[in-house]
Write a protein that binds this ligand. Structure first.
Ligand SMILES: Nc1ncnc2c1ncn2[C@@H]1O[C@H](COP(=O)(O)OP(=O)(O)O)[C@@H](O)[C@H]1O
Ligand SMILES: [Mg+2]
Length: 364
């Protein structure tokens, strides 16, 4: 059991600066997810924690011990890769136990831990098979088993589910969450998929271009994004972001003028807001397709996706400015028809010209 602390950690590959000063604490026993677009430095940061990449500057400690310059095998971590990296000629049993064998552990201990891990991962019946005789999901489980038997303080996962099909990904997601509850180990999990981050994490770290944008629980990030990047990255379908003009209103509120001229009165929620050009953010699921809200706009439907459980409407606010509205699956509007879209003021966010949130929604 161990916490992981990063202090002002950076990474340069020659002239390329990839990690630009990361400060972070992952608590003992926490399931922490690093999420961000491809190329933002998630794998590099994880590999630096694992000891597979040097830390250019800054410090890393695990369980209170300075690990900045300690070799990977001495850190008490085990990593699971996206490419399972199994030995094709070895059985599942030997693949799982291989690391322990290499570090000179006794056969009885290897057998016992392998058996236990195999049971946990429902691999008990497959122990004599070779990786080639397994499905993708089963192979990924073997890779996880190999990490479990080492009984690490910290598990590091780099996009372990990315090679699986959608249904299996959902299943493995819940299994990994259960595994975390069972092992109670610290886990750091890298993904580019915000749904994985939302469903699995105690703590999400949103990364962009080698920097942390925000750290928080899934619902904190959803309800109180600090900036446009996080607002646009967390949530599916994406938050609608509209260019607006903000001016003081007579009633002490803010008059927010939307493209097309609709005016929404927003409570400043105790914040001082400078009048001028801003970005209004409102999530598709918070807009109302039955015309209830603080501002109601009749808007033409350009596209509708009928998903059964819900319908997603794309409506045109002005030329070049479409917004998404998530509605009940029984909503019947068709493209070309007009939808009465209600905007609830309490669900709206305002971002300044630098992209920082000035006001977050007030739903929670
Ligand atoms: N060994 C390396 N040498 C040079 N550049 C690298 C190396 N590894 C990664 N990079 C670069 O660092 C950036 C971050 O990569 P990576 O951590 O793999 O991103 P992510 O996992 O978020 O997709 C990318 O621009 C990548 O090209
Ligand atoms: Mg990566």
């Amino acid at each position: 059991m161990a916490d992981v602390r990063l202090e002002a950690v950076t990474k340069q590959f020659a002239a390329l600066s990839v990690i630009k000063g990361v400060d972070l604490t992952v608590d003992d026993g926490e399931f922490c997810v690093f999420v961000g677009p491809s190329g933002c430095g998630k794998s590099t940061l994880l590999r630096m924690i694992a000891g597979l990449e040097d830390i250019s500057s800054g410090a890393l400690s695990i369980g209170g011990k300075d690990m900045t310059k300690v070799g990977p095998s001495e850190r008490g971590v085990a990593m699971v890769f996206q490419s399972y990296a199994l030995y094709p000629h070895m059985s599942v049993r030997d693949n799982i136990g291989f690391g322990l064998k290499m570090t000179g552990h006794a056969k009885a201990l290897i057998d016992e831990r392998t058996q236990k891990a195999a049971k946990m991962l429902q691999l008990d019946a497959l122990l004599e098979r070779k990786p080639g005789q397994l499905s993708g999901g089963q192979r990924q489980r073997v890779a996880i088993g190999r990490a479990i038997v080492r009984e690490p303080d910290v598990f590091l996962f780099d996009e372990p589910l990315s090679n699986l099909d959608a249904a299996l990904r959902v299943q493995m997601r819940t299994e990994l969450t259960k595994l975390h509850q069972e092992l109670k180990a610290t886990m750091i999990y890298v993904t580019h998929d915000q749904v994985e981050a939302m469903t699995m994490a105690d703590k999400i770290v949103v990364l962009s271009a080698g920097k942390i944008e925000q750290v928080g629980s899934p619902l904190e990030l959803y309800h109180r994004p600090k900036n446009l990047f996080v607002a646009g990255f967390i949530g599916s379908p994406k938050m609608n972001l509209l260019p607006v003009t903000v001016a003081p209103a007579d009633n002490g509120k803010l008059a927010v003028t939307l493209p097309g001229g609709g005016v929404l009165h927003l409570d400043a929620r105790g914040k001082t807001v400078k009048p001028g050009k801003m970005t209004l953010g409102v999530r598709p699921e918070h807009l109302d397709a039955t015309g209830k809200g603080d501002l109601v706009l009749p808007l033409p439907v350009t596209l509708a996706e009928y998903l059964g459980s819900e319908t997603l409407f794309f409506v045109t606010l002005t030329d070049g400015c479409d917004i998404a509205v998530k509605a009940d699956g029984l909503a019947k509007a068709r493209p070309g028809e007009t939808l009465s879209v209600g905007v609830p003021a309490a669900a709206c966010h305002l971002f300044d010209e630098a992209g920082l949130a000035v006001i977050n929604g007030d739903l929670r």
